[in-house]
Write a protein that binds this ligand. Structure first.
Ligand code: TMP
Ligand code: ASP
Length: 235
């Protein structure tokens, strides 16, 4: 399958149309942004790592009953995916305190939560992706109750599968963000799962192996992405 026209260029990916109305090609970039694009940079090799890691994890998830947009990996950076209508919700699951959660609640980072949490942000850059709840999503017509129920069920399943999988690689899944799309009336997992969208800490040393190294200027950003990729063992 070949790229036709550039449909959309986001902060970390380009999306192209194809000859198939139901399929798109995503092309992952090495560009990195944080804080609504205020901070910009490049993480060399990130595009290929995020592409291949997402596809690897989406395959695991499919096997565990979570439908995804994955059709076929074309090369290091490019993948054919089902064309979905993105549900404008960022779905965030947390297993440990970190990031905005720790800040909001005045907690240290890295405290194990008694149960995983699920939260929604409204995907809207102008508004800085505000935190909303199910009632807001319904009231604003962002999703139906049935869709919210399906999304929540899949999100917890994704958490269970990824927590177990990363544990086997010596990685603690602190939290992550996922997005879903509508495809012929069905809710399926879309977007990506990568060190850009997950907090991944080494289980022993608690070293951060994710985009927080870029967001917080911690150094060794490329090394962290490479280390996660190396542990996946998918060369
Ligand atoms: P937060 O603690 O900043 O709310 O982030 C929670 C998780 O969501 C963390 O794993 C990073 C991820 N995330 C994104 O993927 N995109 C974003 O724009 C933000 C703010 C967070
Ligand atoms: N990528 C997002 C942005 O540029 C934020 C983040 O991941 O921290 O706003």
């Amino acid at each position: 399958m070949e790229k036709k026209e550039l449909l959309y260029e986001g902060k970390a990916k380009k999306v192209f149309t194809t000859e198939d109305q139901d399929a798109l090609i995503v092309s992952y970039k090495d560009d990195a942004t944080a804080f609504d694009g205020q901070k910009k940079g490049t993480i060399v090799g990130k595009g290929a790592i995020n592409n291949r890691m997402t596809n690897h994890i989406f395959q695991l998830l499919e096997a565990e009953g979570v439908p995804t947009h994955l059709i076929e990996e074309l090369n290091d950076r490019e993948t054919v995916v089902k064309k979905v209508e993105i549900v404008p919700l960022e779905v965030i699951i947390r297993n440990f305190s970190a990031g905005s959660f720790a800040k909001k609640l005045g907690m240290e980072e890295g405290i194990k939560l008694l149960s995983p949490t699920l939260e929604f942000s409204y995907k809207n850059d102008d508004l800085h992706d505000p935190f909303i709840n199910d009632y807001y999503a319904l009231a604003l017509g962002l999703a139906t109750q049935e869709e919210i129920d399906t999304i929540s069920k899949y999100a917890f399943k994704v958490n269970e599968v990824m927590q177990n999988y990363f544990a086997g690689l010596g990685i603690e899944l602190i939290d992550f963000k996922i997005e879903f799309g509508r495809y012929h009336g069905q809710i399926i997992l879309a977007d990506e799962v990568s060190p850009d969208t997950c907090r991944l800490w080494d289980k022993e040393t608690h070293e951060k192996l994710d985009k927080d190294r870029f967001r917080r200027d911690l150094g060794n950003v490329e090394d962290a992405y490479q280390e996660v990729f190396r542990r996946l063992g998918i060369h």
